[in-house]
Design a protein around this ligand. Sequence first.
Ligand code: NAD
Ligand code: G6P
Ligand code: MN
Length: 437
Amino acid sequence: KLKIVTIGGGSSYTPELIEGYINRKDELPIEEIVLVDIEAGKEKLDIVGEMAKRMVKAAGLDWKVTLTLNRKEALKGADFVTTQFRVGLLDARVKDERIPLSHGVLGQETNGAGGIFKAFRTIPVILDIIADMRVQCPDAWLINFTNPAGMVTEAAIKYGGWEKTLGLCNVPIGHCSSAADKLDIPEKDLFFKFAGINHFHWHRVWDKSGKERTSELIDILYGPTQNEDDNHLKNIHSAEFHYEQIQHLNMLPCGYHRYYYIEDEMLNHSIEEFKKGETRAQVVKETEKRLFELYKDPALDYKPEELSQRGGTHYSDAACEIIASIQNDKRTEMVVSTINNGTIIDLPYDSAVEVSGVVTGHGFEPYNWGAFENAGARGDLQSMKGMEETVIEAAISGDYGAALQAFTVNPLIPGGTIAKRLLDEMLYAHKDYLPQF
Ligand code: NAD
Ligand code: G6P
Ligand code: MN
């Protein structure tokens, strides 16, 4: 019988998770689902937690759903711990986006200065959670969704020593279904190979006859007719990549590569949003208000359509499937953030990479990628990883020089005076959540 604990259970995404468990009820012998939050999230936890109970009941299941603010107690005897918390809540994300933009620098949840500060706030908390897990559930799997998911996963394994950590993201799922759709081939008949780091990965695609379909997809999605009309990421402005550059890559970029490959366009668009008071965090605040109004309805016992307005829609296909695959040694093919161990030889052995592989009863077995053939992609990736390693180091040590180094190396932050001024302003704005600095 399984006990699954979710940290950040008051998230508006929780119905998505519950739906994913219900869809896999035959594979998941669940006894108890515990939703954990903090005092500041209690109201949300109560509303969405009651909704979760209704969903389980409507599915005719006897699973116990527990709501609590006591993390330590909650973790006792857990088999799986999933994390989806946001340190500093959406107000902190508003600052992550708006402060850089006020300096004409990109502000985004997981990229640039915003992503770095989200890591600074989050990494100490994940290490605290691991300290509790060591005592309360030493054999549990840690399934991390909390962003920046790659850096949080790397910190959990490298510094927290929690080897049974797996990092997840919904972005690859969207790329797979979009490829199937564009090629008009069932997804199960395509083979996907992803490699890179979270929100900075590329992929290649083959059909079952063995033919590689990557360049054809590049033509369809980014060629002269620009067919990426149904961009699956609700949170990213769908500006057009430059076709010739993607052709030269000869790999499919992820949606987040827009911030790097067409940086100026994305920045200009973000500045427009900033001026209108419509940065993504501000938009999400409104969406969330509407969602919680819906969740309050005692008659609602299924995931509402409105949730698909969030960027993380379908993430339960990753979260719940990975649990089912470990539990049943299903060997489902997935894309996971895991420790590199030589999978990508261009990156350090002990750093996190996001790659394709299979999920077994003993964890994730990645497919070997080897080296990146495209020197531009290799260089970008190595520089991003060096930046991430420095961010993690700073998040743990609170070393100002390391933080400034990370800012200086990040491609979305201009070096020099602006970097330092922005860092200082953000350290001050977020000081309540940065005891290490
Ligand atoms: P949210 O703002 O709704 O936060 C979720 C919950 O976390 C809130 O109820 C909040 O009170 C709680 N929380 C804050 N600090 C906490 C702490 N120290 N311990 C326990 N709970 C705490 O956020 P959201 O929009 O639901 O997103 C949650 C997290 O998941 C974010 O980090 C987000 O970036 C991430 N996310 C990742 C993916 C992915 O692809 N990996 C997809 C969606 C969301
Ligand atoms: C994507 C990413 C997530 C991110 C989310 C933001 O799905 O994979 O990592 O958290 O978008 O969505 P939001 O609706 O919060 O802007
Ligand atoms: Mn993600």
